[in-house]
Design a protein around this ligand. Structure first.
Ligand SMILES: O=C(O)CCC(=O)C(=O)O
Ligand SMILES: [Fe+2]
Length: 310
């Protein structure tokens, strides 16, 4: 039974008014949310609500184009098509991937304003990502700007627009349970809901709240923090009779970056590291291999692959 939901935090002390007491209180809740759920929601986050609403409207127009139109798609600048793209009707969702410079010019009929709004949002999400990263830095008790110095390259960040199809009665999973491999993910969703997070063997609904952003910690932060902060296990459940629209933004890290528990949270305080190091590229390759060729789907590939068993 669903009994609770994740906390919502007002980020205005960090974004506008600089109120120190407000910052302290917000950090206490964020620390608790990151260690218990790996999930929270934020309001007054600095991403303009008007831009979020416009993106939502445009995505509904965009995804309403007929399949034949979608099949005429051409990727811009030779970028690879998303997996499963040609098998459009077998999919559970439509997806539009946006990375400025290499954005998918997915449909010939792609409304140019949608692309523009996505790219504008992208810029705001980078700022939100940097803010939340610095808050996480301080919540972990690290010296100022450790995470910022560690993760200064923004080339892997990307944003997606999703259209989940209504549930069919026999199949209601939109996104199977998983943890995100990046640092921090931001999602804004419409009012249909369906995003759920796992906590103590229960699925908790992430209730849609207008203008709020869902924030979830990904595997990179879980490893760097040596398990102090949790990469939230989540899924998307589809609703019968209703499409769902959402926009995840993945605040990520350079592929060549070496990821291992930070010395400040291990050696320097006499705690053993709970993960061996790896490059984010290698982790990505292994995850993708599992996704495209799941020889043993029952053996889910995730960050525990690098865990040091004690
Ligand atoms: O659509 C959502 O709300 C979340 C999607 C998600 O979990 C993902 O793309 O990693
Ligand atoms: Fe996810």
């Amino acid at each position: 039974m669903v009994t609770s939901t994740i906390p919502t935090i007002d980020l205005s002390p960090f974004v506008t008014d600089g109120d120190e007491d407000g910052k302290k209180k917000a950090m206490e809740i964020i620390s608790l949310a990151c260690s218990e759920y790996g999930f929270f929601q934020v309001v007054n986050h600095g991403v303009p609500l008007s831009l979020m609403s416009r993106a939502m409207e445009l995505s509904k127009i965009f995804f309403a184009y007929p399949t034949e139109e979608k099949l005429k798609s051409v990727p811009k600048s030779g970028a690879p098509l998303p997996a499963g793209y040609n098998d459009w009707d077998a999919r559970k969702e439509d997806v539009f991937i946006c990375t400025p410079g290499t954005s998918f010019n997915v449909f010939p009929s792609n409304p140019p304003e949608f692309q523009k709004v996505m790219e504008e949002l992208f810029g705001y999400f980078i700022k939100a990502g940097q803010l939340v990263e610095s808050i996480i830095n301080d919540c972990l008790g690290l010296p100022p700007n450790v995470l910022k110095g560690y993760n200064h390259d923004r080339s892997e960040d990307h944003m997606q627009a999703y259209h989940y199809f209504p549930a069919t009665g026999t199949d209601n999973i939109g996104a199977a349970e998983h943890q995100d491999a990046n640092c921090v993910t931001f999602v804004f969703q419409d009012d249909v809901g369906g995003l759920e997070v796992r906590k103590d063997s229960e699925w908790i609904r992430v209730n849609p709240a207008k203008g709020a952003l869902v924030v979830n910690v990904g595997d990179v932060i879980q490893v760097l923090s040596n398990n102090r902060f949790k990469s939230g296990l989540h899924r998307v459940v589809r609703t019968e009779g209703k499409s769902r629209y959402s926009f995840p933004f993945f605040y990520s890290i350079n592929r060549d970056k070496w990821i291992e528990p930070l010395s400040q949270l291990t050696r320097e305080i006499g705690e053993p590291a709970k993960y061996r190091g790896f490059t984010h590229r290698d982790y990505g390759v292994l995850r993708m291999r599992q996704r495209t060729n799941p020889s043993r789907p029952e053996e889910k590939f995730d960050i525990t692959h690098y865990a040091i068993l004690t």
